[in-house]
Design a protein around this ligand. Structure first.
Ligand code: PRX
Length: 635
């Protein structure tokens, strides 16, 4: 029986049972067999969810880049590590070998050191999907600096909040980025952000678009001349198992994003293990995850998981619709991609296009398909299965989160069943539980409840940067001694899990995790706005879209409502980014509130979903009269 490449359902159960009976032995075996350690651990696991404190591989010493790069140099030096496919199909793809990657990472790391970056310093990376993004992440890890990648679609103020929250000393950005037919001036956004970031000493710039930029003396430096003269040798800094590897921000139920802190050894072991298992990765495969490295999916399953296995990982700079809606399939054919991992929202968008876009490409190289980020609806699942996988490539519907670091619940292709809309079974080592509203575990099958995890796993986030209390409050206080995911789930008659969606104030729009609070905060800054409430409603491509109920201040002034809608969406774009724009904006005379003043979002959600048959008893509200008015004017 192998922990990897599990071959059938029975074997899965054997491995699973072993993994939960003696989790320490299980994770010790995997760490021993598949990774490189400078010093081994004294103890595999120590944990206490009440604090919460979790320590994996205590006392071990390592460097993750030695696992992801150096150790492959003996057998895979000339193998492609990163296969870069540019936005413009006419620009040549780059095949970056492990040897070349080693050189680039070492040079980059030496430049970081020359600019004063040391172990433990935070470095913010704000880059498009170009090889330098992966290289800079790895260069930080090489010297024990903590990277904080911010998705390059975030606005200047969202970037500034993230830079300041973890006191980044350095920013790494590019002059601009290409996205389909558009060129975006990233440097302008960074300049604006840095106006309010006094702690940033250096801004290292990568030339991608060649656009005109203003350089600030003493702060901004082009990196290329520094790389040209930097040494290609850089000794890896040896870090402790529990030293932070990176911070990645995710939305929360207050305006401030949460900087999830991931540490080194457990994250490496778990992403390495799950990558190989879930994608059934074999030596000469070409693996492609279409996510952006600005999100956790890219961290774990473009960079660290694949490279820890010596895989070839594709990085795509562009968008699925450029130059036409066949781009994904053209790339699959061109590079003979074997594993393809994407988001349901992309599948839904492409499924709306002519089938010819898919059919004209040879997709026979594909062996495994994956989805991530949001529930996949039945129709999209079948389209993916029929037209992309040709019913011969199992679909891994992978459920996980920024906080979990790696895939938690997912089919293991060719071994456990796949069922449309079901993430199915927990991976080895993962112990999910469903809870009712009173805090009792629902132990039977055919139940629905809140999804929690009962036992630690190696890649779980250890804290929220600078705010351990918030970490405990958010994840460990709803249910005693359990990690609460914020998701609801159903377990069917045979024990397979189906994720039903968020049960908190987070809305998943096009696979992006958006908190309602930061959006409402942005809207409320508009001088005409008194208050606002955001809810999600079903959207056939985005999964969910945003509906804003906005009450205006009574100034007696008559405003053009369409203008106001545009101003509000512009404000959201400036404060957060275009991904958080509202699809619908309804101006209301008031928002339904409980007597304690809490906005009744449930009612607003139902109205947005056009499901007003059972709004429940509204008579106990502080202001029941507004409900009818909102219903009458719903969009
Ligand atoms: O609601 C779940 C949804 O995405 C949330 C996590 O978002 P984020 O931290 O941005 O990470 C996304 C990439 C891992 C979850 O709480 N989600 C993620 N995967 C699935 C999913 N919902 C249903 N099915 C999935 N496969």
């Amino acid at each position: 029986m192998s922990n990897y490449h599990i071959k059938h359902l029975e074997e899965y159960w054997q491995v699973y049972r072993k993994s939960v009976r003696k989790p320490e032995n299980f994770w010790e075996e995997i760490a021993e067999e598949h990774f490189l350690w400078r010093i081994k651990w004294e103890k595999v696991l120590e944990w206490d969810f009440s604090k919460p404190e979790v320590t994996w591989y205590k006392g071990a010493k390592l460097n993750i880049t030695e696992n992801c790069i150096d150790r492959h140099l003996t057998t895979r030096a000339n193998k492609t590590a990163i296969l870069f496919e540019p936005n413009d199909p006419k620009e040549k793809a780059q095949h970056i070998s492990y040897k070349e990657l080693h050189k680039r990472v070492c040079k980059f790391a030496n430049v970081l050191k020359s600019k004063g970056i040391e172990k433990g310093d935070r470095v913010c990376i704000y880059l498009p999907m170009i090889p330098e993004l992966a290289v800079s992440v790895l260069a930080c890890a090489r010297i024990g600096a903590i990277h904080s990648v911010v998705f390059a679609g975030f606005s200047a103020s969202a970037l500034a909040i993230r830079i300041n929250d973890c006191d980044c000393k350095m920013v790494i950005c590019s002059d601009g980025s290409y996205r389909g037919a558009k060129t975006i001036d990233l440097k302008v956004i960074v300049d604006q952000a840095l106006e309010t970031c006094p702690g940033v000493e250096t801004n290292l710039m990568i030339n991608r678009t060649g656009g005109e930029v203003t350089m600030k003396e003493g702060r901004d430096t082009w990196i290329q001349p520094l790389l040209d003269t930097a040494s290609a040798d850089c000794e890896a800094t040896i870090v402790d198992a529990e030293d932070p590897l990176f911070i990645l921000y995710t939305s929360g139920s207050t305006g401030k994003p949460k900087g999830m802190v991931h540490t080194t050894a457990g994250y490496m072991v778990y992403t390495g293990y799950t990558f190989k298992n879930v994608f059934q990765y074999r030596e000469n495969d070409v693996y492609w995850c279409t996510a952006d490295i600005g999100w956790i999916t890219g961290h774990s399953y473009i960079v660290y998981g694949p490279l820890a296995n010596g895989a070839t990982t594709v990085m795509f700079e562009g968008v699925p619709s450029y130059p036409d809606c066949g781009r994904f399939w053209e790339i699959v054919e061109k590079h003979k991609v074997t594993q393809f991992y994407t988001a349901p929202t992309a599948i839904r968008a492409l499924a709306k296009e002519k089938l010819d876009y898919v059919d004209k490409h040879d997709l026979s190289s594909l062996k495994v398909l994956g989805t991530v980020g949001e529930p996949i609806n039945e129709e999209a699942w079948h389209w993916y299965n029929d037209h992309v996988g040709k019913r011969k490539s199992p679909i891994a519907d992978t459920w996980w989160q920024t906080e979990t670091g790696g895939i938690m619940i997912s089919p293991i292709p060719y071994s456990t069943p796949t069922i449309p809309t079901f993430a199915t079974l927990p991976l080895p080592g993962i112990q999910p539980a469903l809870m009712d509203g009173q805090g009792n575990e629902l132990k039977e099958n055919q139940v629905e409840g809140r999804l929690t995890i009962k036992f630690p796993w190696p890649s779980m986030a250890r804290t929220i940067y600078g705010n351990h209390d918030r970490y405990r409050e958010t994840y460990f206080s709803t249910f005693k001694n359990m990690y609460f995911t914020g998701d609801g789930a159903r377990r069917d008659a045979v024990g397979y899990y189906r994720i039903t969606g968020r049960v908190d104030d987070v809305i998943i729009v096009s696979g992006h995790n958006l908190g309602t609070a930061p959006i409402e905060d942005a809207i409320n800054e508009h001088p005409a706005v008194a208050e606002s409430a955001i809810v999600g409603f079903p959207h056939d491509i985005k999964g969910n879209a945003l509906y804003g109920y906005i009450t205006l201040k009574e100034t007696g002034e008559v405003r053009d409502q369409d203008n106001l809608r545009n101003e509000i969406n512009q404000l959201i774009t400036d404060k957060i980014g275009p991904i958080a724009k509202l699809n619908k904006i309804q101006f209301t005379n008031g928002l339904p509130k409980t007597r304690s003043g809490k906005i009744m979002r449930r009612i607003l959600r139902k109205i947005a979903e056009k499901d007003t048959s059972n709004l429940g008893d509204t008579s106990t509200l502080l202001n029941p009269e507004v409900v009818q008015d909102i219903m009458d004017n719903a969009i």
